[in-house]
Design a protein around this ligand. Structure first.
Ligand code: EPU
Length: 450
Protein backbone atom coordinates (compact mmCIF):
# COMPACT_ATOMS: atom_id res chain seq x y z
CA UNK A 1 0.00 0.00 0.00
CA UNK A 2 1.26 3.49 -0.77
CA UNK A 3 1.60 6.39 1.54
CA UNK A 4 -0.20 9.61 0.74
CA UNK A 5 2.92 11.77 0.65
CA UNK A 6 3.56 15.35 -0.31
CA UNK A 7 2.35 18.60 1.15
CA UNK A 8 -1.34 19.19 0.90
CA UNK A 9 -1.89 22.28 -1.24
CA UNK A 10 -5.44 22.74 0.13
CA UNK A 11 -4.13 22.98 3.67
CA UNK A 12 -1.49 25.47 2.56
CA UNK A 13 -4.21 27.61 1.02
CA UNK A 14 -5.99 27.77 4.37
CA UNK A 15 -3.04 29.25 6.25
CA UNK A 16 -2.66 32.98 6.74
CA UNK A 17 0.38 33.74 4.60
CA UNK A 18 2.50 36.87 4.79
CA UNK A 19 5.69 37.96 3.12
CA UNK A 20 7.80 38.25 6.23
CA UNK A 21 11.15 36.51 6.36
CA UNK A 22 13.77 35.77 8.97
CA UNK A 23 17.32 36.65 8.04
CA UNK A 24 19.73 34.61 10.14
CA UNK A 25 23.52 34.68 10.36
CA UNK A 26 24.90 31.55 12.01
CA UNK A 27 27.94 30.67 14.03
CA UNK A 28 27.28 32.21 17.44
CA UNK A 29 26.70 30.14 20.60
CA UNK A 30 23.38 30.98 22.26
CA UNK A 31 23.85 31.88 25.90
CA UNK A 32 21.47 33.16 28.58
CA UNK A 33 18.14 32.66 30.23
CA UNK A 34 14.70 32.28 28.68
CA UNK A 35 11.16 31.80 30.01
CA UNK A 36 8.80 29.32 28.39
CA UNK A 37 5.38 30.43 27.16
CA UNK A 38 2.21 28.50 28.00
CA UNK A 39 1.77 25.37 25.88
CA UNK A 40 0.13 25.92 22.49
CA UNK A 41 -1.36 22.44 22.48
CA UNK A 42 -3.01 23.04 25.85
CA UNK A 43 -4.05 26.71 25.54
CA UNK A 44 -6.03 26.18 22.33
CA UNK A 45 -8.06 23.25 23.81
CA UNK A 46 -8.60 25.07 27.12
CA UNK A 47 -10.24 27.92 25.22
CA UNK A 48 -12.63 25.45 23.60
CA UNK A 49 -13.37 23.91 27.03
CA UNK A 50 -14.60 27.29 28.31
CA UNK A 51 -17.50 26.99 25.82
CA UNK A 52 -18.93 24.32 28.17
CA UNK A 53 -19.97 26.96 30.72
CA UNK A 54 -21.69 30.35 30.69
CA UNK A 55 -19.44 31.52 33.54
CA UNK A 56 -16.14 33.38 33.43
CA UNK A 57 -12.82 31.51 33.09
CA UNK A 58 -9.38 33.01 33.68
CA UNK A 59 -6.06 31.69 32.39
CA UNK A 60 -2.55 32.59 33.48
CA UNK A 61 0.54 31.97 31.33
CA UNK A 62 -1.49 32.37 28.15
CA UNK A 63 0.73 32.28 25.03
CA UNK A 64 0.48 34.97 22.34
CA UNK A 65 0.81 32.86 19.21
CA UNK A 66 -0.99 32.42 15.88
CA UNK A 67 -2.86 29.20 16.74
CA UNK A 68 -4.31 30.78 19.87
CA UNK A 69 -5.61 33.68 17.76
CA UNK A 70 -7.49 31.15 15.60
CA UNK A 71 -8.97 29.52 18.73
CA UNK A 72 -9.95 32.95 20.10
CA UNK A 73 -11.59 33.81 16.77
CA UNK A 74 -13.52 30.54 16.91
CA UNK A 75 -14.79 31.26 20.43
CA UNK A 76 -15.65 34.87 19.53
CA UNK A 77 -17.76 33.69 16.57
CA UNK A 78 -19.64 31.38 18.92
CA UNK A 79 -20.35 34.18 21.40
CA UNK A 80 -17.35 34.45 23.74
CA UNK A 81 -16.31 37.74 25.28
CA UNK A 82 -12.51 37.74 25.55
CA UNK A 83 -10.09 40.09 27.29
CA UNK A 84 -6.33 39.68 27.38
CA UNK A 85 -4.25 41.46 30.01
CA UNK A 86 -0.50 40.71 29.69
CA UNK A 87 -0.26 36.92 29.87
CA UNK A 88 -3.72 36.59 31.52
CA UNK A 89 -6.78 35.82 29.44
CA UNK A 90 -10.37 36.22 30.63
CA UNK A 91 -13.13 34.53 28.62
CA UNK A 92 -16.87 34.14 29.09
CA UNK A 93 -19.55 32.77 26.79
CA UNK A 94 -22.85 33.83 28.39
CA UNK A 95 -24.78 32.59 25.39
CA UNK A 96 -23.91 30.52 22.31
CA UNK A 97 -24.84 33.03 19.60
CA UNK A 98 -24.57 30.64 16.68
CA UNK A 99 -23.89 26.93 16.24
CA UNK A 100 -22.42 27.47 12.78
CA UNK A 101 -18.81 28.52 12.18
CA UNK A 102 -18.74 29.67 8.58
CA UNK A 103 -15.06 30.72 8.44
CA UNK A 104 -11.66 29.37 9.64
CA UNK A 105 -11.51 26.62 7.02
CA UNK A 106 -8.31 24.57 7.26
CA UNK A 107 -6.67 27.15 9.51
CA UNK A 108 -5.74 24.59 12.18
CA UNK A 109 -7.01 21.52 14.06
CA UNK A 110 -8.99 23.31 16.77
CA UNK A 111 -12.50 24.06 15.36
CA UNK A 112 -13.45 20.35 15.22
CA UNK A 113 -13.07 20.22 19.02
CA UNK A 114 -15.96 22.67 19.39
CA UNK A 115 -18.41 19.97 18.22
CA UNK A 116 -18.77 18.46 21.72
CA UNK A 117 -19.34 21.73 23.62
CA UNK A 118 -21.86 22.92 20.98
CA UNK A 119 -23.74 19.61 21.03
CA UNK A 120 -23.89 19.83 24.81
CA UNK A 121 -25.14 23.40 24.92
CA UNK A 122 -27.28 23.55 21.77
CA UNK A 123 -27.75 20.05 20.37
CA UNK A 124 -26.27 21.00 16.98
CA UNK A 125 -23.01 22.21 15.47
CA UNK A 126 -21.38 22.97 12.17
CA UNK A 127 -17.63 23.58 12.07
CA UNK A 128 -15.16 23.93 9.17
CA UNK A 129 -13.00 21.02 8.14
CA UNK A 130 -9.63 21.02 9.83
CA UNK A 131 -6.24 22.12 8.57
CA UNK A 132 -2.95 21.85 10.35
CA UNK A 133 0.59 21.08 9.42
CA UNK A 134 1.78 19.84 6.06
CA UNK A 135 2.94 16.56 7.52
CA UNK A 136 0.96 14.06 5.52
CA UNK A 137 -2.70 13.12 5.83
CA UNK A 138 -4.33 13.81 9.19
CA UNK A 139 -7.68 12.01 9.28
CA UNK A 140 -10.35 12.75 11.89
CA UNK A 141 -12.24 9.44 11.63
CA UNK A 142 -11.75 8.68 15.34
CA UNK A 143 -13.15 12.09 16.34
CA UNK A 144 -16.30 11.56 14.30
CA UNK A 145 -16.79 7.86 15.15
CA UNK A 146 -16.49 8.66 18.87
CA UNK A 147 -19.14 11.38 18.64
CA UNK A 148 -21.43 8.91 16.86
CA UNK A 149 -20.91 6.44 19.71
CA UNK A 150 -22.01 9.17 22.11
CA UNK A 151 -25.25 9.48 20.13
CA UNK A 152 -24.50 12.28 17.66
CA UNK A 153 -25.56 12.21 14.04
CA UNK A 154 -22.70 13.35 11.78
CA UNK A 155 -22.67 14.67 8.22
CA UNK A 156 -19.54 15.62 6.31
CA UNK A 157 -19.17 17.64 3.12
CA UNK A 158 -16.20 19.34 1.45
CA UNK A 159 -16.28 22.28 3.80
CA UNK A 160 -17.99 21.29 7.03
CA UNK A 161 -18.59 18.71 9.71
CA UNK A 162 -22.20 18.92 10.84
CA UNK A 163 -23.36 17.24 14.06
CA UNK A 164 -26.66 17.02 15.89
CA UNK A 165 -28.18 15.12 18.79
CA UNK A 166 -31.71 14.62 20.01
CA UNK A 167 -31.71 15.33 23.75
CA UNK A 168 -28.36 14.85 25.51
CA UNK A 169 -25.27 12.96 24.38
CA UNK A 170 -25.16 9.58 26.15
CA UNK A 171 -22.13 8.00 27.84
CA UNK A 172 -20.51 5.10 25.95
CA UNK A 173 -17.50 2.79 26.03
CA UNK A 174 -15.12 4.04 23.35
CA UNK A 175 -12.05 2.10 22.27
CA UNK A 176 -9.65 4.23 20.20
CA UNK A 177 -7.72 2.30 17.56
CA UNK A 178 -4.69 4.55 18.25
CA UNK A 179 -3.99 6.86 21.23
CA UNK A 180 -4.78 10.03 19.30
CA UNK A 181 -4.38 13.29 21.21
CA UNK A 182 -7.18 15.07 19.36
CA UNK A 183 -9.64 12.15 19.48
CA UNK A 184 -9.06 11.73 23.23
CA UNK A 185 -9.73 15.45 23.74
CA UNK A 186 -12.81 15.22 21.52
CA UNK A 187 -14.31 12.46 23.66
CA UNK A 188 -13.51 14.26 26.93
CA UNK A 189 -14.97 17.58 25.76
CA UNK A 190 -18.11 15.85 24.46
CA UNK A 191 -18.73 13.57 27.43
CA UNK A 192 -18.18 15.81 30.49
CA UNK A 193 -21.78 17.04 30.19
CA UNK A 194 -23.22 13.83 28.69
CA UNK A 195 -25.79 11.64 30.34
CA UNK A 196 -23.99 8.81 32.20
CA UNK A 197 -20.47 7.41 32.18
CA UNK A 198 -18.04 7.31 29.25
CA UNK A 199 -14.87 5.26 29.20
CA UNK A 200 -12.10 5.80 26.69
CA UNK A 201 -9.61 2.99 26.30
CA UNK A 202 -6.30 3.33 24.46
CA UNK A 203 -6.49 7.06 25.18
CA UNK A 204 -3.61 9.50 24.77
CA UNK A 205 -2.06 10.66 28.05
CA UNK A 206 0.03 13.63 26.93
CA UNK A 207 0.72 16.31 29.59
CA UNK A 208 -1.48 18.75 27.63
CA UNK A 209 -4.42 16.32 27.99
CA UNK A 210 -3.75 16.15 31.74
CA UNK A 211 -3.84 19.96 31.81
CA UNK A 212 -7.23 19.92 30.08
CA UNK A 213 -8.49 17.34 32.60
CA UNK A 214 -7.21 19.45 35.50
CA UNK A 215 -9.04 22.51 34.17
CA UNK A 216 -12.28 20.57 33.61
CA UNK A 217 -12.07 19.18 37.16
CA UNK A 218 -11.81 22.76 38.44
CA UNK A 219 -14.97 23.50 36.41
CA UNK A 220 -16.83 20.70 38.20
CA UNK A 221 -16.21 17.68 35.95
CA UNK A 222 -15.66 14.15 37.27
CA UNK A 223 -12.86 12.46 35.33
CA UNK A 224 -10.93 9.41 36.50
CA UNK A 225 -7.55 8.24 35.22
CA UNK A 226 -7.38 4.45 35.17
CA UNK A 227 -4.51 2.11 34.43
CA UNK A 228 -3.52 1.16 30.91
CA UNK A 229 -4.53 4.37 29.15
CA UNK A 230 -8.14 4.29 30.33
CA UNK A 231 -10.03 7.47 31.19
CA UNK A 232 -13.53 7.45 32.70
CA UNK A 233 -15.73 10.53 32.47
CA UNK A 234 -18.86 10.70 34.64
CA UNK A 235 -21.20 13.21 33.00
CA UNK A 236 -22.44 16.07 35.21
CA UNK A 237 -25.41 18.38 34.44
CA UNK A 238 -23.48 21.67 34.59
CA UNK A 239 -19.96 23.11 34.69
CA UNK A 240 -18.91 26.43 36.20
CA UNK A 241 -16.14 28.99 35.63
CA UNK A 242 -12.57 28.33 36.81
CA UNK A 243 -9.09 29.84 37.00
CA UNK A 244 -6.08 27.95 35.64
CA UNK A 245 -2.36 28.41 35.05
CA UNK A 246 -1.48 26.79 31.71
CA UNK A 247 1.39 24.33 31.77
CA UNK A 248 4.55 25.50 30.05
CA UNK A 249 5.32 24.52 26.48
CA UNK A 250 7.51 21.39 26.39
CA UNK A 251 8.06 21.81 22.66
CA UNK A 252 9.57 25.23 23.28
CA UNK A 253 11.68 23.67 26.05
CA UNK A 254 13.09 21.06 23.66
CA UNK A 255 13.73 23.67 20.97
CA UNK A 256 15.78 25.85 23.34
CA UNK A 257 17.63 22.82 24.76
CA UNK A 258 18.63 21.74 21.24
CA UNK A 259 19.67 25.31 20.41
CA UNK A 260 21.97 25.37 23.48
CA UNK A 261 23.61 22.04 22.64
CA UNK A 262 23.77 22.48 18.86
CA UNK A 263 25.35 25.96 19.03
CA UNK A 264 27.67 24.88 21.90
CA UNK A 265 26.05 27.49 24.12
CA UNK A 266 24.39 27.41 27.55
CA UNK A 267 20.70 28.21 28.12
CA UNK A 268 18.67 28.20 31.34
CA UNK A 269 15.12 27.37 30.29
CA UNK A 270 12.82 28.71 33.00
CA UNK A 271 9.55 26.85 33.34
CA UNK A 272 10.91 23.61 31.81
CA UNK A 273 9.40 20.63 33.65
CA UNK A 274 11.57 17.53 34.06
CA UNK A 275 8.61 15.13 34.26
CA UNK A 276 7.37 16.25 30.80
CA UNK A 277 10.80 15.78 29.24
CA UNK A 278 12.17 12.53 30.69
CA UNK A 279 12.65 10.69 27.36
CA UNK A 280 14.16 13.75 25.72
CA UNK A 281 16.60 14.33 28.59
CA UNK A 282 17.86 10.73 28.31
CA UNK A 283 18.50 11.03 24.58
CA UNK A 284 20.10 14.43 24.95
CA UNK A 285 22.56 13.03 27.49
CA UNK A 286 23.23 9.96 25.28
CA UNK A 287 24.48 12.18 22.45
CA UNK A 288 26.66 14.42 24.65
CA UNK A 289 24.26 17.15 25.76
CA UNK A 290 23.98 17.81 29.49
CA UNK A 291 21.49 19.44 31.83
CA UNK A 292 20.93 20.40 35.42
CA UNK A 293 17.45 20.63 36.90
CA UNK A 294 17.37 23.91 38.85
CA UNK A 295 14.68 25.46 41.07
CA UNK A 296 12.65 27.05 38.32
CA UNK A 297 13.82 25.34 35.17
CA UNK A 298 16.55 23.34 33.47
CA UNK A 299 20.02 24.50 32.36
CA UNK A 300 21.27 22.95 29.09
CA UNK A 301 24.75 22.79 27.54
CA UNK A 302 27.08 20.54 25.51
CA UNK A 303 29.34 18.35 27.67
CA UNK A 304 31.42 16.62 24.95
CA UNK A 305 31.62 16.23 21.16
CA UNK A 306 28.27 14.90 19.96
CA UNK A 307 27.83 11.18 19.22
CA UNK A 308 25.06 9.43 17.25
CA UNK A 309 21.88 7.82 18.56
CA UNK A 310 18.90 5.80 17.34
CA UNK A 311 15.53 7.30 18.16
CA UNK A 312 11.91 6.28 17.62
CA UNK A 313 9.11 8.78 18.06
CA UNK A 314 6.04 7.63 19.97
CA UNK A 315 3.04 8.79 21.94
CA UNK A 316 3.66 10.06 25.49
CA UNK A 317 5.71 9.10 27.47
CA UNK A 318 7.83 8.26 24.40
CA UNK A 319 10.01 10.60 22.34
CA UNK A 320 7.54 13.11 20.95
CA UNK A 321 7.10 13.54 17.19
CA UNK A 322 7.29 17.34 17.61
CA UNK A 323 10.85 17.00 18.96
CA UNK A 324 12.38 15.08 16.07
CA UNK A 325 12.94 18.15 13.85
CA UNK A 326 15.31 20.14 16.12
CA UNK A 327 16.85 16.90 17.40
CA UNK A 328 17.60 15.59 13.89
CA UNK A 329 19.09 18.95 12.93
CA UNK A 330 21.36 18.73 15.99
CA UNK A 331 22.38 15.19 14.95
CA UNK A 332 23.90 16.58 11.72
CA UNK A 333 26.70 17.74 14.07
CA UNK A 334 27.24 14.30 15.74
CA UNK A 335 30.14 12.07 14.59
CA UNK A 336 28.71 8.95 12.97
CA UNK A 337 25.37 7.60 11.78
CA UNK A 338 22.11 8.33 13.65
CA UNK A 339 18.57 7.35 12.77
CA UNK A 340 15.06 8.50 13.63
CA UNK A 341 12.04 6.24 13.11
CA UNK A 342 8.85 8.35 13.03
CA UNK A 343 5.89 6.22 14.17
CA UNK A 344 3.29 8.96 14.75
CA UNK A 345 3.10 10.63 11.32
CA UNK A 346 3.76 8.93 8.02
CA UNK A 347 5.34 11.87 6.17
CA UNK A 348 7.13 14.22 8.55
CA UNK A 349 10.65 14.40 7.10
CA UNK A 350 9.97 16.76 4.15
CA UNK A 351 12.10 19.46 5.78
CA UNK A 352 15.26 17.32 5.49
CA UNK A 353 15.48 18.28 1.79
CA UNK A 354 16.32 21.82 2.89
CA UNK A 355 18.87 20.60 5.43
CA UNK A 356 20.58 18.60 2.67
CA UNK A 357 20.72 21.76 0.53
CA UNK A 358 22.62 23.34 3.43
CA UNK A 359 25.19 20.53 3.42
CA UNK A 360 23.61 17.87 5.66
CA UNK A 361 23.73 14.17 4.74
CA UNK A 362 20.23 12.85 5.50
CA UNK A 363 18.53 9.98 3.70
CA UNK A 364 14.82 9.33 4.20
CA UNK A 365 13.66 5.73 3.74
CA UNK A 366 10.40 3.78 3.87
CA UNK A 367 11.75 1.06 6.18
CA UNK A 368 11.01 1.00 9.92
CA UNK A 369 14.38 1.66 11.53
CA UNK A 370 13.44 0.35 14.95
CA UNK A 371 11.26 -2.09 16.81
CA UNK A 372 8.28 -0.07 17.98
CA UNK A 373 4.92 -1.17 16.59
CA UNK A 374 4.38 1.04 13.57
CA UNK A 375 1.22 1.60 11.49
CA UNK A 376 3.40 2.41 8.46
CA UNK A 377 5.38 -0.87 8.44
CA UNK A 378 3.80 -2.33 5.31
CA UNK A 379 3.17 0.94 3.54
CA UNK A 380 5.53 2.88 1.36
CA UNK A 381 5.91 5.84 3.71
CA UNK A 382 9.09 7.91 4.00
CA UNK A 383 9.06 7.67 7.79
CA UNK A 384 12.65 6.90 8.83
CA UNK A 385 15.69 9.15 8.45
CA UNK A 386 19.39 8.28 8.49
CA UNK A 387 21.72 11.14 9.38
CA UNK A 388 25.48 11.03 8.81
CA UNK A 389 27.64 13.59 10.55
CA UNK A 390 29.27 15.78 11.37
CA UNK A 391 28.56 17.93 8.33
CA UNK A 392 29.30 21.66 8.28
CA UNK A 393 26.19 23.54 7.18
CA UNK A 394 26.13 26.68 5.03
CA UNK A 395 23.50 29.41 4.74
CA UNK A 396 20.66 28.98 2.23
CA UNK A 397 17.25 30.27 1.20
CA UNK A 398 14.66 28.16 3.00
CA UNK A 399 10.88 27.94 3.02
CA UNK A 400 9.12 26.67 6.14
CA UNK A 401 6.67 23.84 5.37
CA UNK A 402 5.23 23.46 8.90
CA UNK A 403 5.68 24.76 12.41
CA UNK A 404 8.15 22.23 13.84
CA UNK A 405 10.14 22.03 10.60
CA UNK A 406 10.41 25.81 10.99
CA UNK A 407 12.36 25.31 14.21
CA UNK A 408 14.66 22.86 12.36
CA UNK A 409 15.29 25.60 9.79
CA UNK A 410 16.07 28.21 12.44
CA UNK A 411 18.40 25.83 14.25
CA UNK A 412 20.17 24.84 11.03
CA UNK A 413 20.58 28.51 10.08
CA UNK A 414 22.03 29.30 13.51
CA UNK A 415 24.72 26.61 13.24
CA UNK A 416 25.43 27.27 9.55
CA UNK A 417 28.21 29.41 8.23
CA UNK A 418 26.94 32.53 6.46
CA UNK A 419 23.49 33.99 6.01
CA UNK A 420 20.16 32.19 5.58
CA UNK A 421 16.82 33.61 4.55
CA UNK A 422 13.76 31.81 5.90
CA UNK A 423 10.37 32.50 4.33
CA UNK A 424 6.90 31.24 5.30
CA UNK A 425 7.54 32.32 8.90
CA UNK A 426 3.83 32.68 9.77
CA UNK A 427 4.05 28.91 10.34
CA UNK A 428 6.63 29.50 13.08
CA UNK A 429 4.53 32.32 14.58
CA UNK A 430 1.67 29.80 14.97
CA UNK A 431 3.50 28.17 17.84
CA UNK A 432 6.49 30.20 19.07
CA UNK A 433 5.85 33.48 20.86
CA UNK A 434 8.11 36.44 19.84
CA UNK A 435 10.75 34.02 18.61
CA UNK A 436 13.01 36.61 16.98
CA UNK A 437 13.14 38.82 20.09
CA UNK A 438 13.77 35.87 22.41
CA UNK A 439 16.52 34.33 20.26
CA UNK A 440 18.18 37.74 19.83
CA UNK A 441 18.20 38.08 23.61
CA UNK A 442 20.22 34.82 23.72
CA UNK A 443 22.76 36.29 21.29
CA UNK A 444 21.39 34.99 17.97
CA UNK A 445 21.89 37.12 14.86
CA UNK A 446 18.31 36.95 13.56
CA UNK A 447 15.97 39.61 12.30
CA UNK A 448 12.48 39.76 10.80
CA UNK A 449 12.17 41.59 7.48
CA UNK A 450 9.33 42.40 5.11
N1 EPU B 1 -5.28 9.94 13.56
C1 EPU B 1 -6.18 9.19 12.85
N2 EPU B 1 -7.53 9.45 13.01
C2 EPU B 1 -7.99 10.42 13.86
C3 EPU B 1 -7.04 11.19 14.58
C4 EPU B 1 -5.69 10.92 14.42
O1 EPU B 1 -5.81 8.30 12.09
O2 EPU B 1 -9.21 10.61 13.96
C5 EPU B 1 -3.84 9.67 13.41
C6 EPU B 1 -3.09 10.86 12.78
O3 EPU B 1 -3.19 10.84 11.39
C7 EPU B 1 -1.68 10.66 13.28
C8 EPU B 1 -1.90 10.05 14.67
O4 EPU B 1 -3.23 9.54 14.68
O5 EPU B 1 -1.02 9.71 12.46
C9 EPU B 1 -1.69 11.00 15.82
O6 EPU B 1 -2.56 12.11 15.69
P1 EPU B 1 -3.14 12.87 16.95
O7 EPU B 1 -4.62 12.89 16.85
O8 EPU B 1 -2.52 12.32 18.18
O9 EPU B 1 -2.57 14.32 16.73
P2 EPU B 1 -3.36 15.69 16.78
O10 EPU B 1 -4.26 15.75 17.95
O11 EPU B 1 -3.90 16.01 15.45
C10 EPU B 1 -1.64 16.85 18.36
C11 EPU B 1 -0.78 18.07 18.28
C12 EPU B 1 0.39 17.84 17.33
C13 EPU B 1 1.19 16.65 17.83
C14 EPU B 1 0.27 15.42 17.96
C15 EPU B 1 0.98 14.21 18.54
C16 EPU B 1 -2.39 19.81 18.62
C17 EPU B 1 -3.15 20.96 18.08
N3 EPU B 1 -1.58 19.18 17.79
O12 EPU B 1 -2.13 16.67 17.05
O13 EPU B 1 1.20 19.00 17.42
O14 EPU B 1 2.22 16.37 16.92
O15 EPU B 1 -0.85 15.74 18.81
O16 EPU B 1 1.46 14.48 19.81
O17 EPU B 1 -2.50 19.49 19.81
C18 EPU B 1 2.52 20.75 16.63
O18 EPU B 1 2.32 21.31 17.73
O19 EPU B 1 3.35 21.17 15.79
C19 EPU B 1 1.77 19.53 16.30
C20 EPU B 1 1.70 19.02 15.08
Amino acid sequence: MNCNTGYNRDEMDGQMENNEKFVVRGGRPLVGEIKLAGAKNAATKLLVATLLTDEECVFENFPRIGDVEVAKELCAILGSEIRAIDSHLVIRTPEIKTTRVASLHRRNRIPILALGPLLNRKGEAEVPIVGGDKIGPRPVDMHLESLKELGAKIEINNNFYRASVVGRLKGADIALKYPSVGATEQVILASVLADGKTTVSNSAVEPEIMDLIKFLQKMGAIIELGTNRTIAIHGVPKLHGARHKILSDRNEAVSFACLAVATNGRILVNGAEQDHLITFLNDLRRIGGEYEVMGDGILFWRARPLTPVRIETDTHPGFMTDWQQPFLTMLTQASGESSIHETVYEDRFGYTRDLNLMGADIRVVDACLGNLPCRFRDKKCPHSAIVKGPTPLHGAKLRVPDLRAGMAHILAALIAEGESEISGVSEIDRGYEKIVERLSFLGADIRRVG
